[in-house]
Design a protein around this ligand. Structure first.
Ligand code: GLU
Length: 279
């Protein structure tokens, strides 16, 4: 009897211990098996030059390089990073729920988002722009968008800005990702695609898209890319900011810019100062 009780108790302890190791993929340390600490990072997977999952399952882009550098500074080997797609509309939820440790996904810092998450950075300054078909000369200034069919993405500042200020009368279609908008633009389902110039330049320069599209070059807003993390995690924010500062000072930031934006001919702004959000 006594023995049975003890066995039941230790079974309960074992179950608890198993549950504890099973939950949360972040910070899991299996260094005992030579694996090292694991981390899950939110990323875009359909934005060439920024965050792209290639057919062979690899991740490329400026955000991927920034994420990998920061993770390394935090003590995580590249092989122990699990990249997880975080679409524009899912980012705040993914952070609050703890699905990801942080997000590097063309994620602009703004007041609305700061109510729910914190941001390290900024690490890049981009601008909202317009992509049209190469033979379309009908959009000469942002106001011309007001009688056009426009595509952007749900949960993005790009869609919000069109609604609020840039072209409130435009017929705005909101899709789940910019690659879907690009298909719509090619098929003439929409007249223009709007988001950050950094993203549009990547699409326009892809081999399959050569000669099909052009950027308007309107620079309609400032998009300060930050690394999104759990609200109130001041320690993580400081560590990420220190990593970003180092990435700029040791030349890795410029290297990543050249490698990822060079092929697209994207003329990026110089590295932002940490904490300096350009309004
Ligand atoms: N940077 C903008 C944003 O954070 C547009 C790009 C995106 O949707 O990721 O909403």
């Amino acid at each position: 009897m006594q023995l049975r009780k003890v066995t039941a108790a230790s079974a309960a302890v074992l179950a608890l211990a198993l549950a504890a190791t099973a939950c949360g993929s972040d910070d899991k340390d299996d260094s005992a098996s030579g694996g090292g600490k694991k981390i899950t990072i939110g990323i875009k997977i359909d934005q060439p030059g920024i965050g792209l999952k290639t057919p062979d399952g690899k991740y490329t882009g400026f955000d991927v390089d920034v994420a990998t550098y920061v993770a390394k500074e935090l003590g995580y080997d590249a092989k122990n990073i699990e990249f997880k797609e975080t679409k524009s509309q899912d980012r705040e939820t993914a952070i609050s729920r703890g699905d990801v440790k942080f997000i590097v996904a063309s994620y602009s810092i703004n007041d609305e988002r700061l109510k729910k998450v914190d941001f390290a950075g900024p690490y890049l300054l981009a601008h909202q722009d317009i992509l049209v078909r190469a033979d379309d000369d009908s959009i000469k200034k942002p106001e011309d968008l007001n009688n056009k069919k426009l595509c952007s993405v749900t949960g993005s500042t790009s869609a919000q800005n069109i609604h609020d200020t840039l072209a409130p009368k435009a017929d705005l279609q909101e899709y789940g990702g910019y690659s879907e908008c690009l298909t719509g633009l090619e098929n003439k389902a929409v007249d223009a695609l709007t988001t950050d110039d950094s993203i549009l330049a990547g699409y326009a320069s892809q081999d399959v898209n050569k000669g099909k599209f052009k950027l308007a070059g309107f620079k309609m807003t400032n998009e300060n890319y930050g690394i999104g993390l759990k609200k109130g995690d001041a320690d993580l924010k400081k560590k990420i900011n220190d990593a970003l500062t180092k990435m700029v000072s040791d030349g890795s930031w410029q290297k990543a810019v050249d490698a990822n934006f060079g092929p697209a001919g994207y003329k990026n702004e110089k590295a932002p100062k940490i904490g300096n959000v350009v309004k």
